[in-house]
Design a protein around this ligand. Structure first.
Ligand SMILES: Cc1ncc(COP(=O)(O)O)c(C=O)c1O
Length: 386
């Protein structure tokens, strides 16, 4: 076979899917595995959201729709952004997408030339570094430090800015550490981007999933008119991972061209799924409140449990639903430990190194599971060391 395009040899997969496959192989051999690897809520999609989708299909709302998204959903997003970020984007600033992930891909495809530099958090969501590599961009991971509770330090960003820096990616609340940047830190990054004329991609997919901390967006400074692209979606907050619904908000010119990318790549986002998205934003938020109540209890249970394992230490994550314990004192690296825990304790988590070199020495547990499963997993891990 002839070689594929060069970028195909640079793009990378995701550790979550690799470990899910390993866990499933164990299950095929008849072994029980407790799952902590996949980042999706274990709650069902709320009934009112499902009902809207059923009704829309019944009413034959099943054809192509506008490539950039249906007007009614964009209007609901305008209200949402006004309430949560304090400014009202224009309709032309909004692009609806099948999930948040295409928002990362299209934003980077739309803004980054080969040789441009992209700054992003390490450990961080694997897509950022992978797409930077795919585009032959200079990828500039910035190490998140446990001393700073895994919050991205604006001084570290400042040190790495060069005249090639095109894009800074922020993600707060963060995957995989659960850290939440302070308003001061976020504002400082927005000012740095403004001063140096750099785009920001602010991945705000966990913005509604907070415990003690509060949420701030760097988009407040420019109202997404100049440089800040907000990425948000429905997968996590409304337990809609399989529906594929997300959006980006950015400067009209950028969003317009990304809409043309959309026409070429996907035509549009599924019509009746967009209708369901309106119900998610406009309907009762009680299911989200209930889910976050459960996640808070689980967070407390898993942090306490992980801290009771010899040589494990774990901070209290402030958002999302991931715990990120430090395992450096065990003498194993994160892959060895994740494998030990899978094969000796029957618990599937992810090595921190699946999120970049900065994650070496840590594990990620997605605590989208019951308190009983959390307690059982902690006990099995303890037993595996005896
Ligand atoms: C930080 C972050 N951004 C984006 C996504 C992708 O979300 P979606 O499933 O809506 O594409 C995820 C999902 O795990 C995530 O953790």
């Amino acid at each position: 076979m002839k070689e594929m395009a060069n970028g195909m040899y640079r793009i990378q997969g995701e550790g979550a899917f690799e470990y899910l496959a390993k866990a499933q192989a164990q299950e095929r051999e008849g072994k029980e595995v407790l799952h902590f690897e996949i980042g999706q809520p274990d709650f069902p999609t709320p009934q009112n959201i499902k009902d809207t989708a059923y009704e829309s299909i019944e009413n034959n709302f099943t054809g192509y729709v506008s490539a950039t998204g249906i007007l009614e959903l964009k209007q609901a997003i305008q209200d949402e952004i006004e309430q949560t970020r304090g400014f009202r984007p224009s309709i032309e600033q909004i692009l609806i997408l099948p999930g948040a992930k295409p928002g990362i891909f299209f934003t980077m495809l739309g803004l980054v030339n080969p040789g441009d530099e992209v700054i992003y958090p390490d450990p961080g969501f694997p897509t950022y570094g992978s797409v930077a590599k795919y585009l032959n961009a200079g990828d500039v991971p910035i190490q998140l430090k446990e001393e700073n509770e895994f919050r991205l330090n604006p001084n570290d960003i400042e040190e790495r800015i060069t005249d090639k820096t095109k894009l800074i990616i922020l993600n707060s609340p963060q995957n995989p550490t659960g850290s939440v940047m302070t308003k001061k830190e976020i504002d400082r990054v927005a000012e740095l981007a403004d001063k140096n004329n750099i785009f920001i991609l602010s991945d705000e997919i966990y913005s509604k999933m907070l415990y003690e901390a509060s949420f701030h967006s760097p988009a407040v400074l420019d109202e997404s008119k100049e440089r800040t692209i907000i990425l948000d979606g429905f997968s996590k907050s409304y337990a809609m991972t399989g529906w594929r619904l997300g959006y980006v908000i950015g400067p009209e010119e950028v969003i317009g061209r990304m809409g043309t990318l959309m026409i070429n790549a996907l035509s549009c986002t599924t019509s009746f799924v967009q209708k369901a998205g309106i119900t998610a934003l406009k309907g009762s938020q009680d299911p989200l409140t209930e889910m976050m109540k459960a996640f808070l209890e689980r967070r407390n249970a898993i942090v306490e449990g992980l801290n009771s394992i010899p040589n494990f230490t774990c901070l209290h994550p402030q958002g999302a639903f991931y715990a990120f314990p430090n395992i450096k004192d065990t003498g194993m690296n994160s892959r060895e430990m994740a494998d030990h825990i899978l094969y000796k304790a029957g618990v599937c988590c992810l090595p921190g190194s699946a999120f970049g070199e900065g994650g070496e020495g840590y594990l990620r547990f997605s605590y989208a599971t019951s308190i009983e499963t959390i307690q059982k997993a902690v006990q099995q891990i303890k037993d595996s060391f005896e």
